[in-house]
Write a protein that binds this ligand. Structure first.
Ligand code: AFP
Length: 354
């Protein structure tokens, strides 16, 4: 059978009756995918290409910028600026949005990205990725430059989302709202080939991904939920669990799509609004992929994709993966909320354990 390339896959999607992939969106996704090949090339050079290490600058979130963060950011900006598919872009690495300059035609989409997710892993040769989300520019911005408010749309309005993962294999995982598909980069011929999909998260995998070093930030309900899993066969779950943490959400999410399990990066329950992951270009695209693969994604309580963003770099708590696990943590949190005394007891016990 003839291999299905990314272009062929998208053209066939475009031809479907009532297609969710018009030509403009297809061309935009192809441009992003092409840029991910260039990013992959830069990453793979490592020390030989002088791409490792930090730049000595910080992004708007106060995080040290790696050389590759900015290389990937600039590659994505340059490749997507002139094609006529976009009205603007936003990135983890840029304080404000990037409207398409007036010298280029403007399109109807907005592109948001984290150019290198997990960039602390680059220097130690572990998997990193690029995450992207595509929104439609609001009709109101026709005839004027886009503004930040145009990007503040809930995740359920995304028309496409995906990530590239630069690991032992280079993969592109994509949804345009009709399931999740994986493409593997054939490095010899430089082409993305369909290798999996529609992907479904396998059920019953007893594996969780969480940064245990952040335990003091967890709510009593989250701490108890994890504790029950750590107790394995001797606790209320009655099964042993495994733990995995890569410090690249792309790698953790990819493992969940292929093998199942759950990923948690809860917000800091001691400080309202304090969290690690960014809503618009990390949590939203990953949540769309996970839901499209039959899973669920919440901020611990509410569906991520229903959160109405209030700022470009807004952060959220995130729990995503197998539906049963995500709902069970949600139920545990709700149960504790309705029993404040029980919550206080657990908090006290956790405190005295420290
Ligand atoms: P960057 O996008 O700044 O590289 O951060 C990666 C990340 O947001 C996400 O991919 C990881 O799950 C998380 O950070 C790792 O955080 P820890 O430092 O707590 O391990």
């Amino acid at each position: 059978m003839q291999p299905v390339t990314l272009s062929r896959f998208l053209i066939e999607q475009q031809r479907l009756p009532g297609s969710s992939c018009p030509a403009e969106l297809r061309l935009l996704i192809e441009t992003v995918a092409r840029t991910c090949k260039a990013i992959n090339h830069a990453i793979s050079k490592g020390a030989l290409g002088d791409v490792l290490g930090s730049l000595g600058t910080e992004n708007v979130q106060g995080e040290v910028q790696k050389k590759l963060d900015m290389i990937a950011n600039d590659l994505l900006l340059d490749a997507n600026e002139w094609g006529g598919h976009l009205a603007g872009m936003a990135s983890e690495e840029m304080e404000t949005i990037h409207p398409i300059p007036n010298r280029y035609p403007k399109g109807e989409y907005l592109l948001l990205f984290d150019p290198i997710d997990g960039s602390s892993n680059v220097d130690v040769d572990l998997s990193v990725g690029t995450i992207f989300s595509v929104l439609r520019a609001p009709e109101a911005c026709a005839g004027r430059d886009v503004i930040e408010a145009d990007f503040l749309q809930p995740g359920r309005d995304q028309v496409a989302a995906g990530y590239a993962i630069y690991g032992p294999q280079t993969l592109l995982v994509l949804t345009i709202g009709t399931g999740v598909y994986e493409f593997t980069l054939d490095r010899e011929i430089g082409s993305w080939r369909l290798t999996d999909g529609p992907m479904r998260i396998p059920a019953g995998t007893r594996e969780f991904a969480v940064n245990m070093a952040r335990r003091r930030q967890w709510s009593p309900a989250t701490a108890q939920w994890i504790e029950e899993r750590l107790q394995g066969t001797e606790g209320p779950c009655g099964h042993d669990y495994n733990m995995r943490w890569t410090a690249s959400m792309v790698a953790d999410v990819h493992r969940i799509l292929k093998r199942g399990g759950v990923f948690l990066y809860p917000s800091d329950h001691r400080t309202p609004g304090k969290a690690r992951l960014r809503l618009l270009y990390e949590a939203n695209p990953m949540s769309l992929l996970i839901e499209q693969a039959g899973g669920a994604a919440t901020d611990g309580h509410d569906r991520i994709m229903d959160v109405l963003p209030s700022s470009l770099h807004q952060r959220v708590g995130l729990v995503l993966g197998e539906k049963e696990e995500v709902w069970s943590l949600r139920q545990a949190s709700q149960a504790l909320q309705s029993e404040p005394q029980q919550g206080a007891k657990i908090a006290q016990a956790a405190e005295s354990e420290r």
